[in-house]
Design a protein around this ligand. Structure first.
Ligand code: PMV
Length: 296
């Protein structure tokens, strides 16, 4: 049985605003992976290395049937899923599962892998999880490269230096679809206010791009914090995320922000050699799970 896999992701800038056509920057997290093996079988079944809630199992069924019918392969497989990604935590677990599943079925049936085509199918499949996804999650996961994403247009970013991020979990799961829908309702009630915040997020993202590419840590860190404060104004943060951001900054991180849909999930903190241990220790005290990742 051949194994295929797909990485996790973090959003460096522009989540939520990206759903409204603004640019977003996402980075792959390659030390977290969903690994899938496919076995020929008489019908569809799966085994996963973690317990899934009923609604998650249902989504997995829907995803599998959508992908197998799109690829025109008979739904006769036993799918083995192994993953070190936390579910519903802003690290792209659904995109990672989707891309890994598409890859695994393609490999199993002897097809060639084409990441751009995989990305297009993953975008359609993501709708099962998120309703109206912007497309940024499936793109960064399928291409496994830093991306600048705006209304479906994708630019791969080349970083002058590798950057280190500490990812800290609140331990609270959150449902992206629900957070995005709630924000949509608030947007429809007061478009002027929300559009103005989206415009500010857009400015931050446009400035974050060269800072990321050139490795200007102080500038990038400042923009991350600005982004976090704007997400707070959109009411998608929560006290637990704010506390982790505060702890990271207090311990000397260049910047920190919630990453992903919010109302739970993770924060990311930008660090380098001199401040990494200090920030790690400070976050370890207040977060149930910490991951360090290097983005190249
Ligand atoms: O929390 P995640 O990993 O599902 O990230 C969602 C990012 C959003 O901008 C909130 C939604 C989207 O479709 O882009």
């Amino acid at each position: 049985m051949q194994k295929t896999s797909a990485c996790a992701k973090i959003i460096l800038s522009g989540e939520h605003a990206v759903v409204y056509g603004k640019p977003g920057i996402a980075l792959p997290v390659t030390n977290l992976q969903t690994v899938i093996k496919v076995e020929k079988a008489d019908t569809f079944s799966f085994v996963a290395d973690k317990e899934l809630e009923e609604h998650e199992e249902k989504k997995l069924h829907d995803l599998y049937h959508f992908v197998s019918s799109s690829l025109k392969v008979k739904p006769m497989h036993k799918i083995h899923i192994q993953s070190n990604l936390p579910i519903s935590s802003g690290l792209g677990s659904s995109a990672s599962l989707t891309v890994a599943l598409i890859r695994s079925l393609l490999v199993h049936h002897g097809y060639k892998l084409n990441d751009s085509k995989i990305n297009l199918l993953a975008f359609e499949a993501e709708k099962i999880f998120h309703g109206t996804p912007s497309g940024i999650d499936n793109t960064v996961v399928a291409l496994e490269k830093p991306v600048y994403y705006e209304r479906g247009s994708i630019e791969i970013l080349n970083l002058k230096f590798p950057l280190s991020f500490i990812i800290a979990d609140t331990g609270i799961r959150s449902d992206t679809k629900k957070v995005v829908e709630d924000l949509r309702k608030r947007y429809e009630k007061d478009e002027v206010k929300h559009s103005a915040i989206h415009d500010k997020i857009e400015m931050v993202t446009r400035r974050a791009r060269p800072a990321l590419e050139q490795g200007h840590l102080v500038e990038l860190g400042m923009l991350m914090l600005e982004n976090h404060n704007l997400l707070k104004e959109l009411k998608v943060s929560c006290s637990e995320l704010d506390a982790l951001v505060k702890a990271a900054i207090k311990a000397g991180a260049y910047g920190a922000k919630m990453a992903g849909a919010g109302r739970g999930g993770h924060i990311i903190a930008l660090v380098d050699e001199p401040n990494r241990d200090e920030v790690f220790k400070a976050l370890e005290d207040v977060s149930p799970r910490i991951i360090i990742t290097e983005v190249k």
